[in-house]
Write a protein of this length. Sequence first.
Length: 221
Amino acid sequence: MKTNSKILIPITFIAFALRVYALDFQPLWGDEGWSFYFACMPIVDMIHLTALDIHPPLYYLILHGWFMIAGITSEMGRFVSVICGTLLIPIVYQLAHVIESNHTISKVSGVGGVLAAFITAINPMAIYYSQEVRMYGLVTLLGTMSMLAFVHFLRGNQKAKWAYIIVTTLSLYTMYYAIFIVIAQGIYVLIRATKNWRVKAFMIKPDRFLETCQVLNITSF
C-alpha cells in the first residue's frame, strides 16, 4: 500500500503536467465565454441570471473568487479546471482501492487503484475537459468524491454520510446532471437493501433518509 501511494505521487504530477501543458494554445470558445460572462458580473446578478440558465451557480462563484485573486485571463480561468482534474487522480485512486479491497489478490497487489489513477491521468478526454473554462472538471471531481463517500458509508463509516451529503449537494449546485449520480446510487441501494443491514437501516429509518433528501432537495429551488 505504501509503495502504491508513492507511485501515486508521480502519476499526479504527470496528470498536472499534461493538463497545464499548452493551456493557452486554444482560444476561448463560445461556452467558455459564457463562463467569463457570468464569473465577471456581481454575485447578486450572477445568482439571478443563473436561475434562468441551464447550469447552477457554484462553478461561476468559484471562478469569480479565483479571478479576484489571480486576475482575469484565459489561462487563469482554465487553471481552475486544471486543479480539479489533478485532484481527481488521488480520488480515483482511493475509490478504486476501496472497491477492489474486497478481493484477496487486490489486497496484496493493490494495482487497481494505481491503474485507475494512471488511466485517468493520461485519458485524452479527461485532459481536454481539464483545460476548459467550464464546470465539467469540477462536477467530475465532486461526483467521484460522492461515490467514494457513498462506498465508505455502505461499509459502515458513519462520518462518510456527512461527507456524502456535502459533496453530493455541491455537485448538484455545479451541474444539474449530477442528479444521475444520485439516481444510480439510489438504484444500487434498492438492489442491496435486502442483503446489507447497513443499507436497510438507512432506508428503514425515515429520519436518516429524509435528512439526506432535505439537504439534496434544496437544489430544486
